[in-house]
Design a binder for this molecule. Structure first.
Ligand SMILES: C[S@@+](CC[C@H](N)C(=O)[O-])C[C@H]1O[C@@H](n2cnc3c(N)ncnc32)[C@H](O)[C@@H]1O
Length: 247
């Protein structure tokens, strides 16, 4: 086998010629479809999938129930965002951050997955060029893996004034990523001059263990976690709730 064949990303044959290892791109479904989402009087058109692979954490290729919950909450409470700056964690295709751009003056959408960042950037461009964008915000995407201080510092160098709001929809689903998620949240909430910064988390319950872990990690990180009154609801047959997390 030539060197070029060895470097083929989708099918790599091992030395003994028996095993064929499949590269990550073999599993990637890029057949995005344009979908319409309505939240109150706000309509968004975004590219997304209807199902996703969890093998390489491509969960961000579609819109999750937590995003529907958070976007409904946002569309009913736009005064919370008006004129503020927001950073979203685990943005996926961007349905929450893009909705926020209708009310905020700046929104930075983030994700750790390069494939997800590609579709996120496409959706941002699509939104900017659409007739119904109505956007007043500067909208951008950045790579951010929770707990990665270098990546966060890079974002903060570009936005030294920090953010008024941190947002997260359906981002607590893997136990090992919850502590680094709260490390990043704490770092953002502690930024100088942003005493009133809040983390608004749309949490969808899929296991009792995760329910306990989210509250525990907030407390371990010295944060206050409060359920937003009236936000507990059933979404896609699961129980969801909005938490407001502060220093
Ligand atoms: C379940 S999806 C939710 C996507 C979107 N917020 C929604 O509700 O539709 C979780 C998102 O978090 C991202 N994510 C998972 N683990 C992460 C990590 N350790 N650091 C940064 N992003 C992560 C995934 O790439 C994905 O986009």
């Amino acid at each position: 086998m030539s060197e070029n064949e060895l470097l083929k990303p989708d099918a790599i044959e091992s030395d003994d010629d028996d095993t064929v290892c499949l590269g990550e791109s073999f599993f990637i479904d890029n057949n995005y479809e344009l979908a319409t989402f309505t939240f109150g009087s706000h309509v968004l058109h975004l590219l997304c999938l209807q199902s996703a692979s969890t093998d390489f954490d491509l969960t961000g290729q579609l819109v999750w129930p937590g995003a529907r919950l958070l976007n409904q909450y946002i569309s009913n409470n736009v005064e919370l965002l008006q004129g503020s700056s927001a950073l979203e964690l685990g943005s996926g295709v961007g349905v929450t951050g893009i909705l926020c751009s209708r009310f905020c003056h700046k929104v930075v959408l983030t994700d750790h997955n390069d494939e997800v960042l590609k579709i996120l950037n496409k959706n941002i461009e699509l939104h900017k060029s659409s007739e119904d964008s109505n956007s007043c915000a500067a909208l951008s995407a950045e790579k951010l893996e929770w707990g990665n201080s270098d990546q966060l510092d890079h974002i903060l160098q570009k936005h030294p004034e920090g953010f008024d709001l941190i947002l997260g929809a359906d981002i607590c689903f893997q136990q090992n990523s919850v502590p680094p998620l709260f490390d990043t949240v704490k770092q953002l909430l502690c930024l100088q001059g942003k005493e009133r910064c809040r983390f608004i988390l749309a949490y969808v319950s899929r296991s009792k263990m995760m329910d306990v872990m989210v509250t525990k990690e907030a407390i371990v990180h010295g944060l206050q976690i409060n359920e937003v009154e009236g936000s507990r609801s059933v979404i896609s047959n699961l129980e969801g709730v909005i938490y407001e997390i502060t220093l």
